[in-house]
Write a protein that binds this ligand. Structure first.
Ligand SMILES: C[S@@+](CC[C@H](N)C(=O)[O-])C[C@H]1O[C@@H](n2cnc3c(N)ncnc32)[C@H](O)[C@@H]1O
Length: 298
């Protein structure tokens, strides 16, 4: 497995000026970001977070190479505040979505290009899987899902065909699902979009992102950074709006907000940073990546 960390060259310069302390790599994966951060910044340590326990061999490698400058929490990043309260958090980095390892493991069911069970859970201890959505959800709910998270124009026909197919036999595999979508929409892009929609729902990716960013913002010390890499427009919109919102001048409690002149955060990326042509050429996964950075004011 060769995992290339996306947009790392654009991320590292931001970390040069953060206050000393801990960087939370909230989407540890293969530890690509973690390794670079530990190598380049001796004054920083890293806490890795990932909800997928199959990353543990990568955790062991980083532990071996960096000792007590690194620790790992197996959890959803939305709960990072519970684990890290009162620590000096210099930055939180999020590299969203699934990793190339997860996609390459056909038994995880993330890939429409391989045949595997309908699963798509990043956290294999949770109950909801793609199988349940595809085989039990009502037609109108499937239609709404494919439209909302896949922005798929053939959503009504695809939902109808899934319901028709499963009357005869349960839909068990990614290949069966792919065939049904292709027969309805005659397009690989539609397959991609429907798989994306199901994956987002299975892992509650947008809900976790919203709660995760709130958790992160609450943890940052003054001058600390929230750095987020997104891969599709639904994620990017959420991150952009979150950052614009935090950049606003609000104090008081959420029930009685008080507008003040004092901003608590600065947006450091007025426009998102994108990969270079060279990065896109050498790493396909980077082609739709966007980087945004928010700073807690000093
Ligand atoms: C794109 S990969 C990260 C790759 C990593 N930056 C690297 O360089 O190796 C995303 C990882 O984040 C994890 N992940 C996604 N959403 C998560 C969440 N809500 N909580 C915890 N981990 C999450 C996935 O399990 C996956 O391992």
């Amino acid at each position: 497995m060769d995992h290339v960390p996306v947009l790392i060259e654009q991320i590292l310069p931001f970390l040069k000026d953060v206050p000393a302390g801990i960087v939370v790599d909230a989407t540890f994966g293969a530890g690509g970001y973690t390794r670079q951060i530990l190598e380049k910044f001796p004054s920083l340590s890293v806490v890795g977070v990932d909800q997928d326990k199959t990353v543990l061999p990568f955790v062991a490698e980083i532990e071996k190479d960096f000792g007590d400058r690194f620790s790992f929490i197996q959890a959803n990043f939305e709960s990072m505040k519970d684990h890290l309260e009162d620590q000096k958090i210099s930055a939180v980095v999020m590299d969203l979505g699934v990793s190339s390892m997860q996609i390459d493991q056909e038994e995880r069911g993330f890939s429409y290009q391989q045949d595997g069970p309908l699963d798509m859970r990043m956290n294999s201890d949770q109950e909801l899987s793609a199988y349940e959505i595809v085989n039990t959800w009502e037609r109108k709910d499937l239609r709404r899902l494919f439209w909302k998270y896949g922005e798929e124009k053939h959503a009504p026909l695809i939902a109808a065909n899934i319901c028709h197919a499963r009357e005869k036999k349960k839909i068990e595999s990614t290949k069966e699902l792919r065939d049904i979508i292709e027969r309805a929409a005659h397009s690989v892009k539609a397959v991609m979009r429907v798989f994306q929609a199901i994956r987002i729902e299975v892992n509650d990716e947008l809900g976790a992102l919203e709660r995760g960013m709130e958790s992160a913002a609450a943890l940052l010390q003054d001058g600390g950074l929230l750095i987020v890499v997104t891969f599709h427009s639904l994620e990017d919109r959420l991150v952009k709006n979150f950052m614009i919102d935090k950049g606003k001048a609000v104090a008081g409690s959420r029930y009685a907000p008080v507008l003040t002149e004092e901003k608590q955060f600065n947006i450091l990326t007025r426009k998102p940073l994108l990969p270079t042509d060279l990065e896109i050429e050498t790493n396909q996964r980077s082609r739709s990546a966007k980087l945004r950075v928010l700073q807690k004011k000093s």
